[in-house]
Ligand binder design. Structure first.
Ligand code: NDP
Length: 446
């Protein structure tokens, strides 16, 4: 088997030289999916995985804009339309200085599997720009978003490609982009998700990724007769996903000890309760401040500059910041300190070496493509509500989210159970693959 996997990866790597994150995501899938293909005649000999790693379309474009001092700035915009076998392309937009083709292709590839797992009819895509919104004025962010959409609008549409938010793209950015799309097309359609409630958004969409990652962890814990009640939880990030993962964990009786941003992490030994979390939300979402401000108000907490939170002892860890933020040495420390459940809110936050540690130590490990699928799932529900021209209640959407996370968990159990343990990584990869591959085979060589 190994020579088949290596041969495949060497072929993909020839075509995608200098794309380490994309190769990492492809390799992770190939390790579990290629043996499944070889063992199942209907997929064997159809070059199906090679077709899946090749994006259907990649658009790259110039984004010029004028900053507050009158200087002309130029960024690079992207949209990767990866796979539309089971529905229109769907996936977020990321605005971060690190954005490049490799990062967006890895995210788009993961998105294909994730969207298939949600049970909703959505293909996979991803996009963004190497634009850093930190420190920019609202007017600068608006001008950038308008320029970005002035090109992107011709490639997207409610039945073609429906972007959403991701790192650096929240409600403010979605609003500016939606406004520009509406103006250019002269139509009010559900072309973006993550919209405001009064103009087509869905209740629970902001909460969905974080809540979903906690619901997924809850399902994993239930297989061991455990729950969040009374457990210490360590979370990285302090953006959209981290905030709502913390909120749901607190609601379920856990003690959330940490949150972080790219400058370091805060550790609150008394636990971050709902009031403290609301202060963080105000700091991060309204004042757009850094996380260390927390310790000025809550003086028993400490700030650890330039550090990641994985050295803090916990039962449950939730990486919710960015890719490759949890490497092998951190994985060893987490396990040594008693952590036995990892639910990824971010995309690909654990390195392959860290994941090997989790498997070797029988940690309940959920890969992001399964555990953070709640965000895109509720985006799918937002699209459904837009088509119906109707809004479901908070309780209805939350219940559907919980049901979808349970279904994803069940799919992972179905395809990932081996020797009485559940390999969620294998289960998620194969369950996602089967749905997309079946559709591709039915639609012929297109
Ligand atoms: P936000 O922009 O709201 O927050 C990102 C958080 O991660 C911030 O605290 C940010 O700190 C931190 N962060 C970003 N880059 C780095 C870095 N290189 N090193 C350390 N910290 C970093 O983004 P989201 O919460 O929306 O996204 C977080 C993760 O979740 C991403 O991996 C994203 O792809 C994934 N995800 C998001 C979904 C969503 O619905 N939003 C859906 C599914 C997955 P700082 O402010 O200092 O940059």
């Amino acid at each position: 088997m190994e020579h088949i996997i290596n041969g495949f990866l060497s072929e993909v790597s020839k075509r995608n030289a200098h794309e380490p994150e994309f190769m990492q995501a492809v390799s992770e899938v190939a390790q579990t999916v290629l043996p499944y293909i070889v063992a199942n005649d209907i997929y064997h000999g159809k070059n199906i995985l090679m077709r899946m790693v090749e994006p259907e379309r990649v658009v790259m474009f110039r984004v010029p804009w004028v900053d507050d001092t009158g200087e002309i700035q130029v960024n690079r915009g992207y949209r990767i339309e990866m796979n539309s076998a089971i529905g229109p392309y769907k996936g977020g937009l990321r605005f971060h200085e690190s954005v490049n083709l490799s990062i967006l292709k890895f995210l788009a590839f993961e998105q294909v599997f994730k969207n298939a797992l949600t049970t909703l009819p959505m293909g996979g895509g991803k996009g963004g720009a190497n634009f850093n919104p930190k420190g920019k004025s609202d007017a600068e962010v608006m001008r950038f978003c308008q320029s970005f959409m002035t090109e992107l609008f011709r490639h997207i549409g409610p039945n073609r490609d429906i972007p959403a938010g991701d790192i650096g793209v929240g409600g403010r950015e979605i609003g500016y982009m939606f406004g520009q799309y509406k103006r250019l097309k002269n139509e009010f359609t559900g072309v973006l998700t993550g919209k405001g409630i009064s103009w087509g958004g869905s209740l629970i969409r902001p909460e969905a990724t974080g809540y979903g990652a906690v619901y997924f962890a809850q399902n994993m814990l239930h297989t061991k007769g455990e729950s969040f009640e009374g457990k210490n939880v360590v979370i990285s990030g302090s953006g959209n996903v981290a905030q709502y993962a913390a909120e749901k964990a607190i609601q379920l009786g856990a003690k959330v000890l940490t949150l972080s941003d790219s400058s370091g992490f805060i550790y609150d030994p008394d636990g971050i309760n709902q009031d403290k979390l609301e202060y963080i939300m105000e700091l991060k979402n309204i004042k757009r401040e850094r996380i260390h401000k927390y310790i000025e108000k809550y003086t028993t907490a400490s700030f650890h500059k330039g550090k990641k939170p994985w050295g803090v002892a916990c039962a449950i860890a939730m990486p919710c910041a960015t890719q490759n933020e949890l490497g092998e040495s951190y994985a060893k420390v987490l396990i040594a300190n008693g952590c036995y459940c990892i639910s990824e809110g971010a995309n690909m936050p654990s390195t392959p070496e860290a994941i090997s540690q989790f498997h070797a130590n029988r940690v309940l490990y959920a890969p992001g493509k399964a555990s953070n699928a709640g965000g895109v799932a509720v985006s799918g529900l937002e699209m459904a509500q837009n088509s119906l021209r109707y809004n479901w209640t908070r309780e209805e959407v939350d219940q559907r989210l919980q049901d979808i996370m349970e279904d994803i968990h069940d799919a992972c159990v179905l395809y990932g159970t081996e020797n009485k343990t559940i390999n969620y990584e294998k289960g998620a990869n194969i369950a996602g693959f089967v749905k997309v591959a079946d559709a591709m085979l039915a639609q012929g060589v297109v």
